[in-house]
Design a protein around this ligand. Structure first.
Ligand SMILES: Cc1ncc(C[n+]2csc(CCOP(=O)(O)OP(=O)(O)O)c2C)c(N)n1
Ligand SMILES: [Mg+2]
Length: 574
């Protein structure tokens, strides 16, 4: 086989359903071979989408997503999405072409940036093929490493001359990696959990996404309320009586904050306590905290921890359930009633419409949840509404709600949704995008039309970076560089080949959404958004914590500026 044939065979054997990317001179041999061997592929319009579609594929399937890009600009365009996957623990295999090596290497080749050096800071590891014979083995290793422990992206660079070299290849499946389980630490954790005078609360992260039934069983055994991190949303069915939503401080749901006030011991499973998920590290510190994670480097980094357990989540939960009789608490009807009552109050408060000229974003999210399928795949972008969506877009199944959590790369939701739709052709796939995010990746909608991917794109149009305004206004009493263009979305949809809909008032929500969701092709829907009168709990929590950490001098400077600017009744906002 040629190097290209060996590479494609390996991708097929590793279960790849689709490769995302753009061909170039260094990779035409590979794309031609993908076609011959019937490996699925999807042409994107910009390589940011190649990494992000692979990310959407990975999040929705739980399997490594694959992108294939040319060296130089193909790779640098893809970096923001690979970075998101790294910080969000998403497995990707990034096949990056490289300039010729060996006797074909010459100075000044096109795209001759240092590909491995570019990949290094955004991946777990970079494999650089030096000979054609190595290609299949390196690709297998990349798949294995991407999914191992805390998942993440892995790079493979392949000089283009190797793709046409014919070789005998000898590569078989790799021995699976051992999974971590620190049995002694786990025993200490079970000892603490068996103290029935301690009321336990579970905080579940992305590491629990594929062990949902065991998580539910442990929660019922411990009679523990379960909050999730932002990325862990879906690991616990949110319609379960012990589910309290996301976060457990002032940044997440009111129900989670209430339920964890009475908790003596937090059991944190498969979480990192990242800045975004904790509302700028504002989660309350409980006296007892057990932290379990597959990556030892994540343990005890943010919160004071009583016991750290380096463990695979499936094994830890399996072992915990083996000693369930020692951990079991009697049914706590009072807790369950309190959760139910607070959830109902919170839901009533969220359903209260606050906007008058345009659509209330919370009303939109609630209607979208009510009217979409319960297994719909929802992709939410870096809009201020991401926090409301995480609170109110209740999920009853794992791997159905997604957002770019820790790199917060704007424009992520549009390509990520396309990547997921490509491998889930019969599922409803939705995006909730701000108009700023829309401007970053909207050209990718042309791919939806070209490839017949029926994603329903919703853009929250307030002609501004509202998120930035929310951060800037309280501190500076004016806003800078946050006003966006007024777009003709209808014309844009037409140019991209999409159907178009517009929702201009709360009264139209129900009927317009029903129409959009019933449509069998891709639709762009402009939601004329009125952001006034609704607080963002996450921003308040983060701001309070940030302010608390300012030095005395910094506080005085901030307050003096706010004071003098408050006298100006005509702030210059642009
Ligand atoms: C690539 C990138 N650039 C800049 C930012 C900083 N940023 C975060 S949110 C945001 C504005 C989002 O605006 P929009 O999409 O309109 O959402 P809104 O809050 O208005 O709903 C900006 C500029 C970022 N996260 N990512
Ligand atoms: Mg906006």
């Amino acid at each position: 086989m040629t190097g290209a044939e060996a590479l494609v065979e390996t991708l097929i054997q590793e279960g790849t359903l689709c490769v995302f990317g753009i061909p170039g001179a260094q990779q035409n041999e590979l794309w031609d071979t993908m076609k011959t061997k019937r490996l699925g592929y999807l042409l994107v319009t910009h390589e940011f989408s190649a990494s992000t579609m692979a990310d959407g594929y990975a999040r929705s399937t739980g399997r490594p997503g694959v992108l294939c890009v040319v060296p130089g600009p193909g790779l640098t365009n893809a970096l923001s999405g690979i970075g998101e996957a790294l910080l969000d623990s998403i497995p990707l295999v990034c096949i990056v072409g490289d300039v010729a090596n060996g006797s074909r290497n010459r100075p000044f080749q096109v795209h001759s940036l240092n590909q491995a050096a570019l990949l290094q800071p955004v991946t777990k590891h970079v494999f650089s093929a030096q000979s054609a014979a190595e290609i299949p083995q390196l690709v297998r290793q990349a798949f294995q490493l991407a999914a191992a422990g805390e998942p993440g992206p892995v790079g493979v660079t392949i000089p283009y001359n190797l793709l046409i070299e014919a070789q005998r290849f000898d590569s078989g499946p790799l021995e699976p990696f051992g999974v971590p389980y620190d049995g002694q630490a786990a025993e200490r954790a079970f000892g603490l959990l068996s103290n029935r005078s301690l009321r336990v609360g579970i905080y579940a992260g992305l590491g629990c996404m594929d062990v949902s039934p065991a998580l539910v069983q442990l929660a019922e055994t411990l009679q523990a309320p379960v909050a999730t991190s932002m990325a862990g949303k879906g690991a616990m069915p949110e319609n379960h009586p012990l589910a309290v939503g996301w976060g457990y401080g002032a940044q997440g749901t009111v129900t989670a904050e209430m339920a964890f006030k009475n908790v003596d011991l937090v059991l944190a499973l498969g979480v990192k306590f990242s800045e975004v998920s904790t509302g700028y590290y504002s989660l309350p510190q409980h006296r007892n905290l057990i932290h379990v994670d597959a990556n030892a480097d994540n343990l005890g980094r943010i919160m004071r921890t009583s016991v750290c357990v380096h463990s695979d989540m499936e094994i830890f939960l399996g072992q915990a359930l083996m000693v369930a009789d020692h951990l079991r608490r009697p049914t706590n009807s009072r807790l369950i009633d309190d959760i139910q009552r607070t959830k109902a109050q919170e839901a009533r408060c969220n359903a209260d419409i606050r906007s008058t000229c345009g659509v209330d974003p919370m009303a939109f999210l609630l209607a979208l949840r009510r009217l979409s399928a319960c297994d719909a795949l929802a992709f939410v972008d870096v809009t201020v509404s991401q926090y409301w969506a995480t609170e109110t877009f209740t999920t009853s199944q794992p791997r159905t709600f997604f957002n770019p959590t820790n790199n917060q790369v704007m424009g992520w939701s549009i390509p990520a949704a396309l990547g997921a739709q490509r491998v889930h052709p019969h599922r409803q796939v939705l995006t909730v995008t701000g108009d700023g995010c829309f401007l970053m990746s909207a050209m990718e909608m042309s791919t939806a039309a070209r490839a017949g991917l029926p994603v329903k794109f919703f853009v929250l149009d307030d002609q501004a970076y509202h998120y930035m305004q929310e951060l800037q206004e309280p501190a500076y009493k004016r806003t800078t560089a946050t006003v966006l263009a007024r777009l003709d979305y209808r014309a844009f949809a037409m140019a991209m080949g999409l159907s178009y809909q517009e929702i201009c008032s709360n009264g139209e929500l129900e009927s317009r959404l029903c129409g959009v969701l019933a449509h069998d092709g891709p639709v762009l829907t402009r939601v004329v958004t009125d952001y006034r009168n609704r607080q963002v709990r996450w921003i308040k929590a983060a701001k309070d914590k940030f302010t608390k950490e300012l030095t005395r001098d910094q506080k005085i400077r901030f307050l003096a500026r706010i004071g003098s600017r408050s006298l100006n009744r005509h702030p210059e906002n642009d």
